[in-house]
Design a protein around this ligand. Structure first.
Ligand SMILES: [Fe+2]
Length: 214
């Protein structure tokens, strides 16, 4: 198993039993957080299961999330600017409702994160923003930030269509690839890459593990 940090990979690594065990563990666990349409449980069981399948020698665990959510994730980066070295993010699809969603991984990177571009989201009265990394205001979409590899062009139509809950102008200068949220697959990418989820028909359950290359 050779994980190349800078290159996005999608590999079929988990069996149906693994997926069922992960889902059962999630459903049986007591969530530590249940806000904003998101339910989270501790990722430890998922971490040990994945590490028993994938050889992660040379990678050091730095964190993860085991989550079910109903709202698509806005474009964001996971890597913390203080984190030295290359961060490798593994996204492990487990369950979804209705049409199979996708994870769009953009070619563009951002090194001043973590950061979430809130796009045209408007705060409702009394609503509190949960994370101070959720930015609105002057850098509310990626092209306004100091991102790498800006194309200087409108996003390609097939990606715009998958992300049509956002105004197309707010996806300007982005390029990338859409990866199906297919249970059994593991999607691996560099933590500085901007990524976002496509529209959801209902709850989606996934596990994210983050490692730094030793
Ligand atoms: Fe992420």
């Amino acid at each position: 198993m050779n994980l190349i940090n800078k290159q996005t990979q999608e590999l079929s690594l988990l069996s149906k039993d693994d997926i069922d065990n992960l889902a059962a563990h999630f459903d049986e666990s007591k969530p530590y957080d249940e806000k904003n349409g998101m339910k989270k449980v501790h990722p430890e069981m998922g971490r040990s299961l994945v590490e028993s399948i994938v050889n992660l020698d040379g990678y050091q665990w730095i964190g993860g999330n085991f989550y079910e959510h109903v709202h698509p994730y806005f474009p964001h980066v996971d890597k913390h600017k203080m984190q030295e070295g290359n961060v490798m993010v593994m996204v492990i699809p487990i369950r979804y409702t209705g049409r199979m969603p996708s994870l769009v991984i953009f070619d563009q990177e951002y090194y001043e994160g973590p950061y979430t571009w809130m796009m045209d989201w408007k705060r409702k009265e009394g609503q509190v923003l949960k994370f101070d990394t959720n930015k609105m205001g002057h850098e509310n979409y990626p092209a306004l930030s100091n991102i790498t590899k800006k194309t200087g062009k409108p996003i390609e139509d097939h990606l715009a269509k998958e992300l049509d809950m956002y105004p197309k102008e707010m996806l300007h200068s982005l390029s990338g690839k859409s990866h199906s949220f297919r249970p059994g697959n593991v999607i691996m990418f560099d933590g500085a890459r901007i990524h976002a989820t496509t529209k959801l028909d209902g709850p989606k359950l996934g596990l994210t593990l983050r490692y730094v290359k030793k």
